[in-house]
Design a protein around this ligand. Sequence first.
Ligand code: TXA
Ligand code: MG
Length: 310
Amino acid sequence: MIQRALQLLHASEVIGLPTETVYGLGGDATNSEAVAKIYTLKGRPSFNPLIIHIASLEAAKKHAIFNSMALKLAAKFWPGPLTLVLPLQANHQLSPLVTAGLDTVAIRCPNHPIAQKLLSLYPNPIAAPSANKSGYISPTQAAHVHNCFGDKVFVLDGGSSPIGLESTIIDCSTDVISILRPGFITPIDIEAVTDNMVSYQDPHQGIIKSPGQLKTHYAPTIPLRMNATEILPNEGLLSFGNCNLIAEFELNLSLLGNVVEAATNLFDFMHKMDKLGQDGKITSIAVTHIPNDGIGIAINDRLSRAAAKK
Ligand code: TXA
Ligand code: MG
């Protein structure tokens, strides 16, 4: 399977690849033909840049400039669910489409055996956004990718993504670092390395530094609302922990009230609820309160975008 994926990458094609966060829609980051295919398949606006994936810090240094803070963060969290936004190296080989004309690049070293194997055997970085149509729910299983793109995209099946939410993105391109997208690695984890408070740039306000952090995102085709305390007619219920609400269609993100488990289940359960919507069994989704601590911050970030009106 990996050989087939490598052949396709060499032939400027796009593949679905598993990572520990979500599945990516990957293509050779130095090849504009391949990168253009990613944007077209995803239906992604070309002003929204892509993350590149590399096997090691050494490989990353060919394309980006690491300051001392970026080196510390990479040493602590790579391979893993952390993306660093860094200044581009002068002689980088990346397609200009990857960075959408910015002078920075987002880089991540995934901690997944299949992704690592592929990256160690492929000579160039792989650009990969999440493998969903722009704005729709992110994929955490090969079947989610297949449901989106059918036979147009070969998918390397690596089972369910163990983390289930996209990587934390940190802007390290200036002296003051900030979080552009919350994820599994929390502000507290980061502050333990940087010895400083890090700010979260809420993209709902002011300048959007991470162009992908638009208000509506991750959205099912039927409406979704948060912090539900009652169930309306024809609503499906996404519950968390002990829940005394009753609905005909209910999925519990974590019976024990564990936010890490809830993160792993979130997108899969949103896909399942959306399918119930498409089959006419429910007309909207109600989600009960999820604590806003640790990875709960990232869960609520994704849910609030899913809930935002289009
Ligand atoms: O976990 C992940 O990060 C997954 C897996 C596949 O690695 N990838 C992912 O990619 O979530 P995507 O394209 O769905 O999200 C990338 C985000 C977007 O919000 C984009 O705007 C932002 O990263 N981004 C990319 N390059 C950037 C840059 N130079 N400066 C600021 N934000 C950037
Ligand atoms: Mg995405």
